[in-house]
Design a protein around this ligand. Structure first.
Ligand code: UTP
Ligand code: MN
Length: 501
C-alpha cells in the first residue's frame, strides 16, 4: 500500500482524483481505472470526470496502485491478459463491469462488489488449455529457430519493422519484445486466455494477436504491408547505404522506387551507388553454402597476411540460420596486439584477387580509459570494421558458362552467371575483448538489447561488445568466454542456437 500521505500528494498534484473541499480523498482505499477499450475515449473522459466530481479517485494512467479496473463490454479473459501484461501478472485489482461504477456513483460511495459486478473470467483447467509462462527478459529464455506461432510473430514483426522505418524506436521495440515472447512458447497459441501473465504483451500487441486468432489475419499488419509508404520504405532501404531517414527524405521528394531514384537528381554516396548497382543480388538471401564459401575466402586472406589469426562466423549463421541478409565475421589473434593493422592487409589481399565490389573500413576507436563505464550501453561498437560487398564466384555451379552468354547478351552489364554480390561484415577484435565481441556480434539484435537491459537494470552493470563494467564495484569484469560473461551477469548460459529471440 502506498502511504496515505504520499498518495494525497500525488492526488493534489495531478488533480485527477476525487477530493472533497478540504483536499482529502474520500475513499483512499479505492483507486479506479477506466479501461478505454470498447468504452471509447470521450465516454471514458466523461465518466472519469463524473466519478471525480462525486469524490472517487479515478486514475488517468494504469499503475499498480489501481484497485478497481472498470470495463464496458470487455470479456474477463481479455482484460485479465491485458492487466497481466501491464503488471507482469502481479496486479490484484478487481475487474468490474461498468454497472458497479454507475451504482457506486449513484450511492455516492463504493458499493459492495457482488457477483454480477465481476467480469466473468473463464475457469480454465490446465488440462484444457495450456497457460504459458516465460521469464521477462529475452536473455533469460531459450529461443530456438523453430517457432510455433509464425503467423502471430510475422504480423508483429511487420508492425515492428514499420515502426522502425518510421523512426518510432520505442514502438518497434515493444512489438519486437511481444514477438520474441511468442517465439519462445513451446506450442501454438489457440486462445488469448493462454497468454495470462506473459510479459511484454501490451494492449496493441494483444489486439493484433486477438485479431489473428479470431479472423485468421491481422488487418493492421495486412494494411501496413499494402500501404504505399511501407512499400516505398522497404524498397529504398533495401539499397545498401540507405537508412530510414534518407528513404523518408526521398519519399517526400516523390521518389518511391528505384526507377524514380535513378531518374532523379539525387546525389548518391559511394555505398549507395554500389547498393543500387547490386540491388538484386544484395536483396537475395545468402545461403549457408555461400556463407561457407566466403568463410573459405576470408580464411585464405587472413592466413596469408597473418598466420595464426582466428576467424569466426558470427551473426545469424552462428545461431544456426540457413539464410541471411549478409555474412558476419569476427577476426582476432591469440597474442594481444598482433591484430593491429590486420584489416588493411586483408582488404588489400582481397582487392588484389578482384574479390571486392565495395569496401569501407573504419578504424578501431575504442579506448577503455575513455569509453568504458561512463558511456551509455549502446549497440554501436568501435572495432576496426570493414563493410563490404564481395564478388562471389559461382563457377562451381554447372552450366554457369552458358548462363553467362545468355545474361550478357540480354543485359550487357553484368556477367551474373559467373558471380553474385554478397554483403560481408568483417570485424577485428583484440583477444582481450574477443568474448564480448563474439557475444555482441552473434545476436539476435533483440537478444543483445535485452542482455544490455538486463545488465543495466538488474545488475547495475554496463555491457558492450568491448567490455563489462560493474558499477557497484567500479571495475571491469574480464572474461575469455561467452560462458563467463553469462556467469558475471547472473544468467544461465544460452548457446547461440537458442538466442533467436
Ligand atoms: P546482422 O544485422 O547481420 O543480423 O547483425 P543477423 O542476426 O546476422 O541477421 P541476418 O541473417 O544477417 O539478417 C548481427 C549481429 O551483429 C550486431 C547486431 O546486434 C547483431 O547481433 N551488430 C551489427 C553490431 O553489434 N553492430 C553493428 O553495427 C551491426
Ligand atoms: Mn548478419
Amino acid at each position: 500500500m502506498v502511504p496515505l500521505k504520499r498518495r494525497k500528494l500525488v492526488c493534489s498534484d495531478t488533480g485527477n482524483t476525487g477530493t472533497d473541499s478540504r483536499g482529502q480523498t474520500k475513499f483512499p482505499q479505492v483507486v479506479l481505472f477506466l479501461l478505454e477499450r470498447k468504452m471509447g475515449t470521450s465516454r471514458r473522459a466523461f465518466l472519469s470526470q463524473l466519478g471525480r466530481r462525486k469524490g472517487f479517485q479515478v486514475e488517468e494512467l494504469f499503475s499498480e496502485r489501481v484497485t478497481h479496473v472498470i470495463c464496458e463490454n470487455n470479456s474477463g479473459d481479455e482484460v485479465r491478459a491485458w492487466l497481466d501484461s501491464q503488471s507482469g501478472g502481479r496486479a490484484a485489482a478487481h475487474l468490474l463491469d461498468i454497472s458497479w461504477y454507475t451504482e457506486s456513483m449513484r450511492a455516492l460511495h463504493p458499493v459492495e462488489i457482488l457477483d454480477r459486478h465481476k467480469l466473468q473470467e473463464p475457469q480454465i483447467s490446465e488440462s484444457e488449455v495450456a497457460v504459458f509462462s516465460v521469464p521477462s527478459y529475452a536473455c533469460q529464455r531459450r529461443t530456438a529457430l523453430d517457432n510455433y506461432n509464425t503467423t502471430l510473430t510475422e504480423a508483429l514483426s511487420i508492425l515492428a519493422e514499420n515502426a522502425e522505418l518510421s523512426e518510432e524506436e520505442g514502438r518497434g521495440v515493444a512489438f519486437r519484445r511481444a514477438a520474441a515472447v511468442l517465439k519462445a512458447l513451446p506450442s501454438p497459441v489457440t486462445s488469448v486466455s493462454q497468454l495470462r501473465g506473459l510479459p511484454c504483451l501490451g494492449d496493441h500487441s494483444l489486439r493484433v494477436i486477438r485479431d489473428i486468432l479470431e479472423n485468421g489475419a491481422s488487418s493492421e499488419a495486412e494494411s501496413t504491408k499494402e500501404s504505399e509508404r511501407y512499400k516505398a520504405l522497404k524498397v529504398l532501404t533495401g539499397i545498401f547505404g540507405v537508412g530510414s531517414k534518407t528513404a523518408d527524405r526521398w519519399i517526400r521528394d516523390g521518389i518511391h522506387d528505384l526507377h524514380q531514384l535513378r531518374a532523379s537528381e539525387q546525389t548518391l554516396n559511394r555505398s549507395q551507388q554500389a547498393g543500387l548497382e547490386h540491388y538484386d543480388d544484395i536483396n537475395q538471401p545468402v545461403t549457408k553454402a555461400e556463407a561457407d564459401a566466403i568463410r573459405g575466402i576470408v580464411e585464405k586472406a587472413v592466413n596469408s597476411v597473418l598466420p595464426g589469426a582466428e576467424i569466426v562466423l558470427t551473426g545469424g549463421f552462428r545461431r544456426g540460420k540457413v539464410m541471411g541478409h549478409d555474412v558476419d565475421f569476427l577476426i582476432t589473434h591469440p597474442q594481444e596486439g598482433r591484430e593491429v593493422g590486420l584489416m588493411s592487409k586483408v582488404v588489400s589481399w582481397l582487392e588484389s584477387q578482384d574479390l571486392l565490389l565495395y569496401q569501407k573500413t573504419t578504424r578501431n576507436s575504442y579506448l577503455e580509459s575513455k569509453d568504458g563505464p561512463g558511456r551509455p550501453a549502446s549497440n554501436m561498437d568501435r572495432f576496426e570494421r570493414c563493410l563490404s560487398i564481395f564478388k562471389l564466384s559461382k563457377k562451381e555451379e554447372p552450366g554457369a558458362e552458358n548462363l553467362k552468354t545468355v545474361t550478357e547478351n540480354k543485359l550487357g552489364r553484368h556477367d551474373h552467371g559467373l558471380w553474385r554480390a554478397v554483403r560481408v561484415d568483417l570485424v577485428v577484435s583484440p583477444i582481450s575483448q574477443f568474448a564480448f565481441a563474439l557475444l555482441g556480434w552473434t545476436g539476435s539484435k533483440l537478444f543483445e538489447r535485452e542482455l544490455r537491459r538486463w545488465a543495466g537494470h538488474e545488475r547495475g552493470m554496463s555491457l558492450s561488445s568491448h567490455a563489462l563494467y560493474d558499477n557497484n564495484q567500479s571495475r571491469y569484469l574480464r572474461a575469455s568466454s561467452e560462458e563467463e560473461i553469462f556467469t558475471h551477469l547472473g544468467l544461465d548460459y544460452i548457446p547461440p542456437s537458442e538466442r533467436n529471440a
